[in-house]
Design a protein around this ligand. Structure first.
Ligand code: NAI
Length: 737
């Protein structure tokens, strides 16, 4: 753990430290080892009079506690003199906290020149003069920390404080510029807007609030911002009552109101007013360069007479792309999902499993001897990552989640879902694509039971209106949809959804009111609540499994679908299916309208052992192990990253035929996302296996135990023999033939 933040050897000047907030800062710095200059003019809160007692008292307090402090009684308007006290007493100046302040509250019209000037002189000019006097010393020693004290009145305005608000926001501008100029000399400048009970606030705050808002609650922020280890620079914080928040500017996307060779008219401004003021997808420019880059872009666009979409973001393309790039690779917080047969049955009912089809009994009755979870139930644990709201927290993803649509879904199961269990899901943003009318987030979710990977989901989430930033359009991380064959479907199965279908389906965890609340649905532009896309997907997956997988959940490997159009509860879903080997292409239509609602979809089935023997005999003459390695290669493409984590080794294989090496393969599960290639390992292999093509197949089919093969001399192992235990896992789980 880090130790306490100390200021030993540092010299800190706090202006206006004779009372209120300044006193709290001075005491806190001294307590942590700093030598402190306690500056205070000692006048009243309106800036009248002067006295040395305020500063002296605080110096006395510090010294009593064993701290180091000296007093200075000059006005901050004599900045040089104030800083000189630090240099004379302690030989340097490291930190300046510009805190001195007065009030001359008046309604604007009654504000006199003097009221205006004196407030500006103490706050803005005083901070300027003290800081300038310290600046060169800080620059030379390549260290400086400066605090400017602003106010909520400056940030938001306040009745009767025109002079004060103007000076206080002026300090923010000063601070931002100093942050830029000081950066290369390790001089940082930040601004705070505190709230605390003090003599300054006693006229505006009730006594109990004055007592409750202690200056001591503000001091820790000031100390942190002034510490060597704090990198914060040019920022603004509101602080009080034990709370600290950071502020920044926000800018609407705005609207372009001019066309080439045309004047800008007030009418064009009026016509675009709502867009100019619409904070949806607002940007947060942080520098003048960012701010003006958008203007230059607009000039260029208008000049080159490009078609200017008013929706276009006004910040630069590269800004957005680099911002979004930061979100790629971001891991969402882990989610845990526990379920019993109850949740599995509720899901099955939600996707239309029914005892009208006796074969469905095993999905809805826990007493069935072969009770099973429907494979697509594997989406539900992963969906928690999506639903948790964590996407809204992803740094760099500054998007409007009210415009989120579920675009596509991919699910792959590595083994049938256990009938009850607890799955932990890890989600990561693997890519962000620009689809013009919107952006697509690819969210990969791995769900584990203990350490065992049970399933993988990829959610493609579409954010309407956030596209057009010049990002890439495709990704090699995307599980892509595949159009069905051009012939008429081989089989069509139908199911009519019930009016309560969405009501039932939502109990599995998607509580979006869009699926149940008519007024919410109409806000979204639908005539009534719509069915969940994943519910329709569950219907069609059932159809495929029934038609081509004999309702055997262990035959289900993967599903991919695009959500093309909404379905209303009560409509009939027709799943059109085409068999192409172990891939069943499908698309789902609403029978009443003919609309395709799930498009370019497919289910991959696990081949049966009959399929396997057919495949092997048809390839007679070639090495049968080649098929297995090809399959392993596909699996590595899909889940290589996971395997690399689990296995972390490079395996080399010598496959022999008639006693001679007939093929060499390398399975690299150590580097990057894993890789399979033919030939010896490019680097060094951790383990080298040698065995015949026939024995290899026996091992794969589970007929020959690898340990036994080793002891009987059929399998030779060189290198790290312990790693061979992982061999079984790879072959069993990942070479599903
Ligand atoms: P305070 O009145 O207790 O402290 C201000 C100190 O500055 C006084 O001790 C005063 O003698 C000294 N001072 C005034 N003019 C000076 C000058 N020309 N040279 C040297 N010292 C001078 O008030 P408080 O509340 O502690 O205020 C500290 C700072 O925080 C001020 O800048 C104020 O504007 C700011 N602030 C305070 C808020 C609050 O809730 N207390 C709210 C927002 C801002």
């Amino acid at each position: 753990m880090d130790g306490p933040l100390r200021f030993d050897g540092r010299v800190v000047l706090v202006t206006g430290a004779g009372g209120g907030l300044g006193r709290a800062y001075a005491l806190a710095f001294a307590e942590r080892g700093a030598s402190v200059v306690v500056n205070d003019l000692g006048g009243d809160f309106r800036g009248m009079g002067k006295s040395s007692s305020a500063a002296d008292k605080v110096v006395e307090e510090i010294r009593k506690k064993g701290g180091k402090a000296v007093a200075n009684y000059d006005s901050v308007e004599a900045g040089e003199k104030v800083v000189k006290t630090a240099l004379d007493a302690f030989g340097r100046i490291d930190v300046v906290v510009n805190n001195a302040g007065i009030l001359r509250d008046r309604s604007f019209v009654r504000t006199s020149d003097e009221d205006w000037d004196i407030v500006h002189k103490v706050h803005l000019r005083g901070s300027f003069l003290v800081t300038r006097a310290a600046w060169d010393h800080m620059k030379k020693q390549k260290f400086g920390r400066i605090i400017m004290t602003s106010s909520a009145s400056g940030i938001y305005g306040n009745f009767g404080q025109a002079n004060y608000s103007a000076a206080k926001l002026g300090l923010l501008g000063l601070s931002k510029t100093l942050a830029i100029e000081g950066l290369k000399s390790n001089i940082h400048c930040n601004t705070i807007a505190p709230a605390a009970g003090s003599r300054m606030t006693q006229t505006v705050m009730p006594q109990d609030l004055l007592d409750a808002l202690k200056p001591d609650y503000v001091a820790p922020l000031v100390l942190w911002l002034c510490h060597d280890s704090c990198e914060e620079n040019g920022s603004l914080f509101e602080v009080g009552a034990g709370w600290i928040g950071k502020l920044r500017w926000e800018r609407t996307l705005g609207a372009i109101v001019r066309q080439k060779n045309q004047p800008v008219t007030p009418e064009a401004v009026k016509a675009n007013w709502s867009k100019i003021c619409d904070f949806d997808n607002a940007t947060k420019p942080q520098t003048v360069q960012e701010s003006t880059a958008s203007m230059i872009e607009v000039l260029h666009k208008i000049d080159s007479q490009e078609d200017i979409s008013m929706n276009r973001t006004s910040h630069t393309v590269s800004d957005t792309t680099s911002r979004l790039d930061r979100a790629i690779g971001y891991k969402l917080p882990q989610q845990t999902f526990s379920y019993t047969e109850l949740e599995a049955i509720m899901y099955a009912l939600g996707v239309g499993a029914s005892i009208k089809n006796p074969e469905n009994l095993k999905f809805v009755y826990e007493g069935s001897s072969d009770f099973s979870c429907l494979p697509t139930f594997g989406i539900i644990p992963a969906q928690k990552s999506m639903m948790s709201g964590a996407l809204a927290e992803v740094p760099g993803l500054n998007i409007n989640f009210a415009k989120l649509l579920h675009g596509e879904q991919y699910l792959e199961l590595y083994k049938p879902l256990p009938r009850t269990g607890q799955l932990t899901s890890e989600a990561v943003i693997v890519d962000i694509l620009d689809k013009g009318s919107g952006l697509v987030i690819l969210l990969d979710v791995y769900s584990y039971s203990g350490k065992e990977l049970i399933c993988f989901n990829q959610f493609s989430v579409f954010i309407v209106g956030s596209g057009g930033f010049g990002g890439k359009k495709t990704s090699n991380k995307a599980k892509v949809t595949v159009p069905p064959p051009k012939r008429p479907p081989d089989v069509v199965l139908e199911d009519t959804t019930s009016l309560n279908q969405a009501v039932l389906y939502r109990l599995s965890g998607d509580w979006n009111p869009l699926h149940i609340d008519p007024s919410f649905a109409s806000l979204g532009g639908f005539e009534k609540p719509i069915l969940h896309g994943l519910c329709s997907l569950g219907f069609s997956a059932r159809h495929v499994l029934q038609q081509f997988g004999n309702n055997d959940v262990s035959r289900f490997k993967a599903i991919k679908a695009r959500f093309a159009k909404p379905v209303y509860p009560g409509q009939t879903l027709s799943t059109e299916m085409w068999k192409e080997g172990n891939r069943i292409h499908f698309q789902t239509k609403v029978q009443e309208t003919g609309d395709i609602v799930l498009s370019n979809a497919y289910v991959d089935l696990v081949p049966t052992s009959d399929d396997l023997s057919a495949k092997i005999s048809s390839k007679d003459g070639v090495l049968r192990s080649t098929l297995v390695f090809e399959e392993i290669g596909c699996r590595i493409k899909d889940v290589g990253k996971e395997l690399v984590k689990k296995v972390n080794a490079v395996f080399e294989w010598n496959i022999t035929k008639h006693g001679k090496t007939a093929a060499r393969w390398t399975i690299d599960l150590k580097n990057g996302s894993g890789e399979l290639y033919q030939g010896p390992a490019r680097g060094s292999a951790d383990t080298v296996f040698t065995l015949s093509d026939e024995d290899f197949m026996e091992v794969v089919m589970g007929k020959l135990n690898p340990q036994k093969a080793f002891f009987s001399g059929k399998l030779r192992v060189k290198g790290n023999i312990m790693l061979s235990q992982k061999l079984e896992m790879i072959l069993k789980d990942y070479a599903k033939l």
